[in-house]
Each structure stands twice: as C-alpha cells, then as structure tokens.
Design a protein around this ligand. Structure first.
Ligand code: NAD
Length: 476
C-alpha cells in the first residue's frame, strides 16, 4: 500500500491539519492501492505562506541559477524513470509502454525545454523609447487533472521555476503519486525551501482554497470547463490572473487524396490513446462522403484487432477509464449516440469480452453522425469516435469549426496546398498535419471554451511573468 498522507510544505513533509484520507484506486483491478491526505484550508494557507516567504529570494535568483536547478531536476527525474512508469500504470491504468514513451517522457521534456528557453529568454527588452522588464508574478496556484499526471504538472512547474515564481500544487486526487515523486525529485535537485509546495486533497476543498486565497497571484488550472468557471469566479474576487486549459472536441479532417487505411489508423489511434482521456483527442473524424464505405471497413478491421486490456502487458495499447464514474459517463454517451440515431459500427455498451474487472470501455465508433448531435458536440473523454461526412472542403472546414471548443485540430492527406489551407482555416490552438511529431516549444492552449492562455516553452514562461514598462531608464 502506498500511504502518503503528508503534504510537502516549506521544504519538508508535514502532517495534514485534518485527519481525513482519500483512497487511490487502480482502475484496471478496482483495488485500493493507497491513501493520500484530504488536505484542509489550513494546509493550503500554510503552503501559500511558505511560497510567499520564498518568493522575494527565488524571484531574484539569476538565470544561471535557475538553469542549474532545472538541469538538476532533469537529472533526478531521469533517475526515477522506473518509479514513474510503474506508478502511472497503477494509478491511471495507462498501458505500460505508453507510461514510458508518453507519460514519463512528456514530463521530462518540459523541464528540459524550460532550461533551454532560459538560455535565451528576454527578461529585459529594450524597445527604443522604453524598456520592458518581466518580473515573476508571485505565488502561483497550480491545479491539475488526472489524465497526464506528469505532463500537466511539469509544464506548469517548469515554467514557474524558469520565471522565478513560487508555487502550491494540487494534483488530481485520483492520480496523486506522480506529483509525490516530483516533490522528492525537487528536494534532491536542491530546490530552495518554500519554492515548491504540494497539498493533496479534493478539488472542492483544497482546489477551492487555492483559487480563493488572497496571497495567490495567479491560478494556472487544467481540467474541465465546469471547474474552470468556478476558478474564474473565485479569481474575480481580488482580481487574480488565471490561465485555463480546458476541454476539447477536436476534428480530424481527412482529405480526399488520403491513403484510406493509414487515415483510418490515425483516426482510431486518436481516440484510443489514453482510453480517449485526452483533451486534444481527435474525436470527430470528418471524411469525404465518397470514401465512406471503404473508410468504415478499414476502421472496423483496425478496431477489431486493437490491443485493449491489462495495462501491465507490454502489448496493450488501450487500458481502462480512470474511474468508475468516468466509465459510467462514457457508457451514457454511447447510449446517447444510439438514441440519437447514429450508426454503431464498432464497440458499444458494456465492457470488452474477458475484461469484466476494471473500468474498461469498448473502443467505440459511430458513423452517420450529424455534427449537431450531442456525441459530436460534447467532450466524452472516452474512446468514442464520431464519423461525419462532407461533400466539399469548405463544408469540412465549417463542420470542423462548428464547436464551442478550439483546443486542437488535425489534417490528414497528400496535397500540400490543401493541407496548408485546412490547417490555416481551423479555429484551434494546435493544428497537427499528418501526425507530425510533438514540439515542446510550440505553444499549447485553446480558443473559445477550450481555455485562456498558453503553456509549453517560452509562451508558458510568459504566463508566470508580469511585463513592466520603464520609461526613461538611466543607462547605469
Ligand atoms: P476536473 O475539472 O474535474 O478536475 C481538475 C482538477 O481540478 C483536479 O485537481 C480537481 O481536484 C480540481 N477541482 C475540482 N473541483 C474544484 C474546485 N471547485 N475548485 C478548484 N479545483 C477543483 O477535471 P478532470 O476530470 O480531472 O480532468 C478532465 C478534464 O480536464 C477534461 O475536461 C479535459 O479536457 C481537461 N483537460 C484539459 C487539458 C488541456 O490542456 N486543455 C489537459 C488535460 C485535461
């Protein structure tokens, strides 16, 4: 059992001021794997005070000192690879190969990228008539979801440390252990006390206390739109800055000249990844009407052979949903798709055969979906694809942009001019053409209800800084 009932405040592991605990469950086995503390408002206050006290010193450290700190973190993070891979497989149900190649790796890359950005980052910009000096913002409250436990925390933490901000982190209570390993890493890397503080617990208590604390200058939140709204409301009192990384319903536009089988593989992998629990998942597959039959056949074949199952097995590509609640939500959307009259071509209700224990969903695909159906408009956060057809490319772009979200978009095909045209026409914060590799410098964030602000690379660091213009600065 992993019983970690302490918080990390002011450079040490401390008892909570409360006595309640929260069980952490392995979603593949439904077994309790440990407990964390259900933190209190008092715990949050102590953590914010520690971060406030550390801020004057840490915000004045030199670029070189912060690069050295980030490089130490990278070294210590690499030393904990096996621990990350094991724990993320256990707490999230992520397939073990992906726990390494995606989950472990993404967290690492953010710390590496921040160190690299700092080499050239401009903190003092001479703009002719004035200079702009960028000052660290103060104490930042970081609230993260469960779907990428290292990535979501690491992008915020790396940017904050690069900027010279101090932090209080509250990770999702379903997947708390990756952040506990990070606290151990920071301690070994020589983090000055009070710069990083970790308070575990529920969103309604710990998260709420962070976003309403008067000494928190900035709340950087990743999660659902509903909670994002609450955070904004809290932040309005006292005028805190917020950055919100929220949900999505991203389109994959397949061009008429695409290789149909490869396009179908891209589409299936897009919804199966992390059991569909990906904010940027391409859940609306928008295809030319003319290729529909062939595309549907290809999708059926790929889904039938997709390795869904025990996350501990090397060959598994899709594990369970993170929790019973999430599994039930996915089921309700599959039922909704059936009720709305979409055609179920793969998967469906219930668990996959032989996977009765664990919160496993079937990899599910609907065709004949209209873009105004609930399954095409709402974020399901499960492995459910909607296939929608178009007659010409203008219609494809219109369908793709007809959503309240705007986090990501994808284009797949051959003709460069068409690929570029569609990519430039999509209204979303990150567009990927033909499965191009990720780039940790590229800004990440959403248009419309997908959020406010940007993370990753230099854009991410900017979020933790306040630009100050100085007029008439003497040349001293
Ligand atoms: P969630 O909004 O339920 O929880 C996110 C975090 O907020 C958790 O730590 C939770 O404990 C906390 N929280 C809950 N209630 C709170 C409150 N009242 N005040 C303050 N904090 C509170 O989201 P989730 O279920 O953990 O994650 C899934 C959602 O996250 C999806 O909508 C997904 O699209 C989104 N997401 C977005 C991105 C992105 O970068 N845009 C990335 C990953 C996930």
């Amino acid at each position: 059992m992993r019983n970690y009932t302490k918080h990390y405040i002011n450079g040490e592991w401390v008892e909570s001021t409360g006595t309640d605990t929260i069980d952490v469950i392995n979603p593949a086995t439904e077994e309790i794997i440990g407990q964390i503390s259900s933190g209190t408002e008092e715990d949050v206050h102590r953590a914010v005070m520690a971060a406030k006290e550390a801020f004057p010193y840490f915000s004045q450290t030199s670029r070189e000192e912060r690069i050295a700190l980030l490089n130490n973190i990278v070294k210590e993070y690499e030393n904990r690879k096996d621990d990350f891979v094991q724990i993320i497989t256990e707490e999230l149900g992520s397939p073990i190969s992906k726990s390494e190649s995606v989950q472990y790796e993404m967290g690492l890359q953010h710390f590496k990228q921040a160190a690299k950005e700092l080499e050239t980052f401009t903190f003092l910009e001479d703009r002719g008539g004035h200079v702009v000096q960028k000052d660290a913002i103060g104490v930042a409250g970081l609230i993260t979801p469960w779907n990428f436990p290292t990535n979501q925390a690491a992008t915020k933490l790396a940017s904050a440390f690069a900027a010279g901000a101090t932090v209080v982190l509250k990770p999702a209570s379903k997947t708390p252990y990756a952040a506990i390993i990070m606290a151990e890493i920071f301690e070994k890397a020589g983090m000055p006390k009070g710069v990083f503080n970790l308070v575990n617990g529920s969103g309604s208590r710990v998260g709420n206390a962070i976003s309403s604390h008067s000494d928190v200058a900035f709340v950087s939140f990743t999660g659902s739109g509903a909670v994002g709204e609450k955070i904004m409301k809290n932040a309005a009192e006292g005028i805190k800055k917020v950055s919100l990384e929220l949900g999505g319903k991203s389109p994959l536009v397949i061009l008429p000249d695409a290789n149909i089988y490869k396009a179908a593989q891209t589409a299936v992998e897009g919804v199966a990844n992390n059991a569909g629990q990906v904010c940027t998942a391409a859940t609306r597959t928008i295809i030319p009407h003319s290729i529909k039959n062939e595309f549907v056949e290809a999708v059926k074949e790929i889904v039938a052979n997709y390795p869904v199952g025990d996350p501990v097995k090397e060959s598994t590509q899709m594990g369970p949903q993170v929790s019973k609640d999430q599994w039930e939500t996915v089921q309700s959307y599959i039922q909704k798709g059936i009720d709305e009259g979409a055609t179920l071509i793969a998967g469906g209700l219930g668990k996959p055969e032989g996977l009765e224990t664990g919160y496993f969903s079937q990899l599910t695909v609907f065709s004949n979906v209209k873009n105004d159906m609930v399954i095409a408009q709402e974020e399901i956060f499960g492995p459910v694809m909607s296939i929608i057809t178009y007659d010409d490319l203008d219609e494809a772009i219109e369908i793709a942009n007809d959503t309240v979200y705007g986090l990501a978009g994808y284009v797949y095909g051959e003709e460069p001019k068409l690929l570029a045209h569609v990519a430039k026409s999509l209204k979303a914060g990150r567009i990927t053409i033909n499965n191009e590799d990720g780039d940790f410098q590229a800004p990440f964030g959403g248009f419309k209800q997908s959020g406010i602000g940007r993370e990753w690379g230099d854009y991410g660091i900017e979020e933790f800084l306040e630009p100050k213009s100085i007029l008439g600065l003497p040349n001293v």
